[in-house]
Design a protein around this ligand. Structure first.
Ligand code: NAD
Length: 354
């Protein structure tokens, strides 16, 4: 039996991780921790979880195999490091941490403790990611030299006034929160790491007309007391040049007068691809190819995957089989570098070189 403890039992824990771990044979959600006691009691009762803690440092001393970190972003690195030092495998929510220094410390601890450390990037388990990654590895796209990643909302700030909009607790706004998903997805598909130059800008144009976007789901917010302000950007954009000359353009917003949705593109020397928003079923993944000299579009059949379930299943397999997790050190550090670089560049008004 693999015993799991979860730190932070808000939206992502209640909607995805707890029910998904409870579907896997020989896995038990043994303990949960949250500083909000009303929510802690509600979740423990709803999901029948035996042990409850308000102090995560106490929970990680328990007899657990793994800790899942679903707390506000600022705590991820310290909770991951201390959990591994206490002999626990770790699944850590995105954004893995706030700075490159924190990311390096996490991986020093992985090397020292030999524990499984996996980043929670569910988009890696989507059908389109799996199919495109395989085609990239088979050389179908040739050399990939330009990538686009976009996650835009028209009006939708998560938990307005909660930790999500606190600079100290979240570390940043939409680029940290949702841009991270698309950056990780396109870089993973393209097999690209080593960002060298990052240039970014952030905007705060919707502070006075900010609208709560409904995440975390209202029924998961028991006892939350949003008292904070909107201290982070509502839109961020970045331009990244990699050591091999490839370029990424990324944009992420919680509010803006723009089209909405998640999109990605890959431009390769032999073929390219467009990743449309998965909820737009009429707009499939499209591969821009050339077949026997004829410019042609290919619409691949994409398998439907339950990406959040596949994510936790992979984590458990890594623990049981001693496999290396899908999220590699260089990949995680590259994504953290890009986001850190965008914020630093926006603040200093100059490109950041790594
Ligand atoms: N992978 C995804 O698709 C996805 C989706 C949503 C959120 N997330 C990530 O998951 C994390 C949690 O997000 P959420 O939407 O569940 O937020 P949430 O606000 O619903 O839940 C966070 C919980 O952490 C608790 N908490 C705060 N400080 C704590 C502490 N020191 N110790 C223990 N608990 C503490 C809060 O009381 C709250 O219940 C964030 O890092 C977020 O970026 C990932």
């Amino acid at each position: 039996m693999i015993k799991v403890g979860i730190i932070g039992v808000g939206g992502i824990s209640q909607v995805a991780h707890i029910p998904n771990f409870q579907k896997i044979e020989n896995v038990k959600v043994e303990a949960i921790c949250d500083i909000n006691e009303e929510k802690l009691n509600y979740v423990a009762e709803k999901f029948n979880i035996p042990k409850k803690f308000t102090d995560w440092e106490k929970m990680i001393e328990e007899n657990l195999d793994a800790v899942v970190i679903c707390s506000p972003n600022v705590y991820h690195a310290i909770q991951a490091i201390k959990s591994m030092e206490n002999g626990k495998h770790v699944l850590c929510e995105k954004p893995i941490c706030l700075t490159v220094e924190e990311a390096e410390n996490i991986f020093k601890t992985v090397e020292k403790t030999k524990k499984v450390f996996m980043g929670a990037f569910p988009r890696r388990f989507l059908g389109e990611t799996i199919i495109l990654k395989k085609l990239v590895e088979d050389g179908f796209f040739g050399e990939i030299y330009y990538l686009k990643a976009s996650y835009l909302r028209r009006r939708g700030i998560p938990g307005l006034g909660t930790w999500f909009t606190s600079k100290k607790l979240a570390g940043g706004g939409p680029m940290m929160d949702v841009g991270v998903h698309m950056i990780d997805m396109v870089l993973y598909i393209a097999g690209l790491t080593e960002p060298k130059i990052v240039f970014g800008s952030t905007f705060e144009k919707f502070k006075d007309k900010a609208v709560d976007g409904g995440w975390p789901p209202i029924d998961t917010r028991k006892g939350d007391k949003p008292i904070g302000k909107m201290e982070v950007e509502d839109l961020a954009t970045g331009f990244v040049k990699f050591s091999n000359g490839a370029v990424l353009f990324v944009e992420a917003s919680w509010a803006g007068n723009s089209e909405v949705g998640l999109k990605g593109s890959l431009f390769g020397t032999k073929a390219g691809a467009q990743l449309p928003d998965p909820i737009e079923s009429k707009n499939p993944v499209r591969i821009y190819a050339e077949t026997n000299g004829v410019i042609s579009d290919i619409i691949p059949e994409i398998p439907k995957m339950d990406s959040y379930f596949e994510e936790v299943k992979h984590f458990i397999e890594c623990i049981i089989e001693g496999k290396e997790p899908i999220t590699k050190k260089e990949e995680i550090i590259s994504v953290v570098k890009i986001i850190e670089g965008i914020y630093k560049s926006a603040e200093k008004n100059q490109p950041i070189e790594y």
